[in-house]
Design a protein around this ligand. Structure first.
Ligand SMILES: [Zn+2]
Length: 1021
């Protein structure tokens, strides 16, 4: 089976092998024990222990290549500078007060989109064919059992408000899914045909002319819904009075808020909203400028964004905010050229930090006593200035050397960490690849793409010449590869005993890449053919994981897993789930979205402990239990890449690009992150992919520019006495070059005593990011419907309190009012509740797809998340027809509302959510364009057509646009999917279900959503 000469031993269970010490759980492993306080609002299996080392900025690891049990609590580790240990009040005193008053549970209504069960093609859950009989063999765990049952890591699920009583009225909609109301082009009717502000109550609206013919109902296919019964009368009085405002906004002297008229016709309950006047984020994410203007030395918002930069001065004020109060941090966000974070080496001086709270020196500290003392901006302690760091002050009290001190003028700096920040030499970048070679993996073509991509990236892996590399493959057995540099070609060793796993020749399986380069290349060249005739259908995934842990535990690093077959053998085997329809809509539903076997959480905790970050690449066309597998990535700071039904001919390019980015992007190794804040406030919960170590230290074995973390803030004291609150993010990590560094981002924000100021300074992007994470976490403990309702309720409560600010002085009537800063919140809220992790019910997203999207969204930075929620829809045909010779690519950047009404059947459109492109060919598109772009394929079924560059101007122009879009958004690779208008069901699942402004299969459209919210906001109390 292998072309490799078997000069090496084939090691079976009966063969003598070298058994390295298994990284069995050391007794001293209190890091994940249940002895610590429960932090914040987490409902936590994993309860963090008190910090182990005095300074938890020291990575919890001991010397280089230590005996594993000594790694985490090694008393020989030099004691770091004393740390600020947060005062331990009773652990439960920090619980935020419940956001919402408790009310009666709602009457049970079936989740939207659930009945009737009408899966439609493409979104159909995998065929419910049992893969194979379950192995009856009892699982034999390796090593000692977990030391305690609460070992499982925290899900960081916030305590759900006891109130989830708001049930969204949906009565106006047919429950069939997805209902699609064909609409007249909105773009062509920019001057809307408003015959009267009061359009007939019933029947089609100017934008909702039902055209039923192209979407004839078919079983399991697109079912057109009835026209929306709600009148969309054009009733924005503000808009009429201020035609230039576009949003019906009155700003400035008269009113301090934006509003939309929701008029009601006398004697009728039919309200109306002007569809065209609704606010839409057509410029994408726009970061608020307020904070940067007020505090120009703050770090760039790409690194840190607050949900509102107006920090409430009191708990009572905070309780009226209702939206999440907190921050989104992307510590390694990519900066444009010229804006790189400066690296500072204090050398023998040591890094200047506050003696008490361990804050790093930053632009907001102040110098006194002729420059001999500095005052900490977080805790106000007066610190001595070390002799080497002394500088005289000028007449205004500023140091005279400021122009040479970026740490005193810039919000983001990186300090080179001296040896006291290490407890072992910085690790080398290490990549270990674990590849499924079962028959389905072979058939998909995945192995070849993976092998070729890795080979092509060998020169670009960070950390030359220290980089380490290794490979293992598995089906029903495990295969290791000796890559020792003295060999001509690799030797394969097979381990067949899955119950007592051991790793043969551990020293030669993980090797220095530059030394063993030719052996590694030979291996990668041969890998695809080695297994091309493999008929093995089994997957010993769990045992393979255990073996990987053993191999990597000495150094840590990145484990990249390529997985195709549902784990079927040995520990961690999984079974088909999610095919029992009766579970949906019950309180057992959420369990499907959680890992089935505690093995996966336990393994994730082990990986994190040994500084191993896990990325999962999953390829199966069948159910593969992403809920369980993704757990490995979630708790190790990793990422889930999901390519359902992978075929190399179709998805190969996407895999190639995304794997290459994963391998070559700058990575921070063995990292920990903490965010500090000033007195009186405190971060109480954290949301994203990481494991919490101690109360506030995020363990991130490997982290990169594509990862963001969110956290919620609470007031510790009833009243804040300061004018400003400071935040400081510190990421301690090992750079690929081997240098230990601390990246520090500092920001200041004003304390406000007025709810209006909190709203004025709100950041919708940060709010939506936090709301997304909270909602996704909620789906892990509740029904989807409850998660959506909780989200909706928060928005309603916030708008209600906002309205109360103005209801006394102003006659608000039927208007819905909101601050300018939150004008897109309603739409993003709607989009979020229609996003893959939250949408509908059983039939609306395959379980694996839902879970994969959840893992992905939990890690996304703000901009990427907002684009996924409200993607770009851009018309292209006019640009392609233009004769202009010079590049005016900007002219194609005009984004359109995400509604079917935006689609003109004479047009060509691109839909771009950052993960894929959909190119939509209108039915009446000029044949000239189609022929130029598709050549002879233009009459073919578009699902089988690949877009390639053809020898004509139009095609080159299109490919240029696509290239530009891809380059502007490189985290993922966007494959082009082509679809023709009316081509069902593809048009439905590729595009129409994602037009979030349209009502769809029992979910609200934008107008209906606004009306629902408005009704609730106006209800008393
Ligand atoms: Zn301090």
């Amino acid at each position: 089976m292998t072309p490799f000469s078997s000069s090496g031993p084939v090691v079976g269970s009966d063969t003598q092998g070298i058994r390295p010490t298994a990284p069995s759980a050391p007794q001293s492993m209190t890091l994940f024990s249940a002895s610590g306080p429960v932090v914040g609002s987490e409902t936590s299996g994993f309860r963090p222990a008190p910090p182990v080392a005095p300074s938890t900025n020291i990575p919890e690891a001991s010397s280089f290549r230590p005996a594993p049990p000594a790694r985490f609590n090694d008393p020989s580790v030099p004691s770091p500078p004393t740390s600020y240990v947060p005062p331990t009040i009773g652990p439960f005193s920090r619980f935020p007060t419940p956001q919402f008053p408790s009310t009666q549970p709602p009457p049970r209504t079936p989740p939207a989109g659930q009945p009737p069960f009408q899966p439609f093609a493409g979104q159909v859950p995998p065929p419910l064919v049992p893969l194979r009989p379950q192995q009856q063999k009892p699982s034999v765990p390796m090593g000692p059992p977990p030391q305690n049952v609460n070992y499982a890591p925290s899900m960081n699920v916030p305590q759900p408000p006891s109130d989830s009583s708001f049930s969204a009225p949906r009565s106006n909609f047919q429950p069939s899914f997805p209902g699609y109301v064909h609409q007249q082009p909105l773009v062509d009717s920019q001057a809307p045909p408003v015959q009267s502000p009061f359009v007939a109550k019933q029947g089609p609206t100017p934008f909702q002319t039902p055209v039923s013919s192209p979407f004839v109902a078919q079983p399991g296919s697109y079912v057109p819904s009835q026209p929306v019964a709600t009148s969309l009368g054009f009733q924005s009085r503000d808009h009429l009075q201020h035609p230039g405002s576009g949003l019906g906004a009155i700003q400035g002297l008269v009113e301090d808020f934006n509003s939309l008229s929701v008029g009601s016709i006398p004697g009728s309950i039919e309200p109306g909203v002007d569809l065209k006047a609704l606010p839409r984020p057509l410029d994408g994410d726009v970061e608020p400028k307020f904070l940067a203007d007020m505090y120009p030395m703050n770090c760039n918002p790409r690194f840190l964004r607050l949900t509102t930069s107006g920090i409430p001065s009191s708990q009572s004020l905070a309780s009226r905010w209702h939206l999440p109060l907190g921050a989104v941090v992307c510590p390694l966000a990519e900066a444009p050229d010229g804006e790189e974070v400066p690296v500072i080496n204090f050398a023998s001086t040591g890094i200047i930090r506050c003696r008490r709270c361990r804050t790093y020196v930053n632009p907001y500290i102040t110098f006194t006593d002729a420059g001999r003392k500095w005052r900490c901006n977080l805790c106000a302690l007066l610190n001595d200035v070390p002799g080497e760091y002394f500088a005289h002050l000028d007449g205004t009290g500023r140091r005279i050397d400021l122009d040479q001190r970026p740490e005193l003028t810039q919000g983001s700096v990186e300090f080179v960490a001296p040896t006291e920040y290490m407890v072992r030499p910085p690790m080398p970048p290490l990549y270990f690849f674990l590849i499924d070679v079962s028959t389905s993996a072979v058939r998909s073509g995945m192995i070849e793409v993976v092998a070729k991509t890795i080979r092509s990236c060998l020169d670009k892996l960070p950390g030359f010449p220290r980089t380490q590399i290794g490979f293992a493959t598995f089906d029903s057995t495990l295969h290791f590869y000796n890559l020792k540099s003295s060999l001509n070609q690799p030797q394969m060793m097979v381990v067949a005993d899955l119950d007592d796993i051991f790793v043969p020749l551990p020293d030669d399986l993980l090797v220095n890449l530059s030394e063993s380069r030719s052996v590694a290349e030979t291996f990668l060249d041969n890998l695809p053919s080695m297994f091309q005739d493999n008929l093995n259908v089994e997957s010993a995934f769990g045992p393979a994981l255990k073996a990987s842990l053993m191999l990597m535990s000495q150094l840590g690093g990145k484990l990249l897993i390529f997985q195709n077959t549902l784990p079927s053998l040995g520990v961690g085997r999984l079974k088909l789930r999610g095919d029992d329809l009766r579970v949906y809509g019950t309180d057992k539903e959420h369990a499907l979205r959680l890992p089935e076997d505690p093995f996966y959480k336990q393994m994730a905790a082990e990986f994190t402990k040994f500084q191993i970050g896990v990325n999962i690449y999953a390829f199966s066309d069948k159910y593969t239990d992403i809920a369980s597998l993704g757990t490995l990535a979630k708790y190790t700071g990793g990422q889930v890449y999901y390519y359902p039904g992978f075929q190399s001919a179709i998805h190969g390019e996407k895999l190639r690009h995304e794997l290459a980015r994963d391998l070559t992007r700058e990575t921070a190794w063995e990292a920990v992150m903490r965010i500090r804040c000033g007195k009186g406030v405190r971060f109480t919960s954290y949301h994203g992919n990481f494991m919490l170590r101690s109360t506030d230290l995020l363990a991130l074995p490997a982290v990169d520019c594509d990862k963001a973390f969110a956290m919620q803030l609470s007031l510790e004291e009833a009243l804040l006495t300061t004018q400003t609150v400071y935040f400081q993010v510190a990421l301690l990590y090992t750079a690929s070059c081997g240098e230990r560094r601390i990246r520090v981002h500092t920001a200041a924000a004003p304390v406000v005593s007025d709810l209006g100021d909190m709203f004025r300074q709100a950041d919708t992007g940060a709010i939506v990011t936090l709301l997304s994470r909270l909602a996704i976490e909620k789906t892990l403990s509740s029904k989807l419907e409850d998660a959506r309702n909780t989200l909706q309720l928060r928005i309603i409560k916030a708008l209600k309190d906002y309205r109360n600010l103005y209801s006394v002085q102003h006659r608000l009537g039927g208007r819905i009012i909101y601050p300018e800063s939150l004008k897109f919140l309603l739409l993003y809220g709607l989009a979020l509740s229609k996003s893959t992790p939250l949408r509908g019910g059983y039939a609306d997203a395959a379980l694996d797809e839902r879970c994969a999207a959840g893992f992905t969204m939990m890690a996304l930075p703000v901009k990427k998340l907002l684009k996924l929620l409200y993607p770009n829809l851009i018309r292209l045909d006019e640009y392609l027809l233009k004769k202009s010779t010079h590049d005016d690519l900007e002219s194609v950047e005009k984004r359109l509302p995400l509604a079917a009404a935006s689609l003109d059947s004479r047009g060509l459109y691109i839909y771009d959510d950052g993960f894929r492109f959909v190119i939509w060919f209108g039915r009446a598109l000029s044949p000239d364009i189609a022929i130029n772009l598709l050549g002879p394929d233009c009459a073919a079924e578009l699902s089988k057509v690949t877009l390639i560059e053809r020898d004509n101007v139009m095609s080159r122009k299109l490919m240029k646009i696509i290239k530009k879009f891809r380059e502007s958004d490189p985290s993922y690779y966007q494959l082009c999917q082509l679809v023709r208008q009316g081509e069902q069901p593809r048009e439905g699942f590729l595009l129409l279900t994602n037009l979030v402004e349209d009502p769809m299969g029992g979910t609200s459209g934008y107008v209906e959503w606004i009306l629902q919210i408005q009704r609730q906001v106006q209800q008393n109390p």
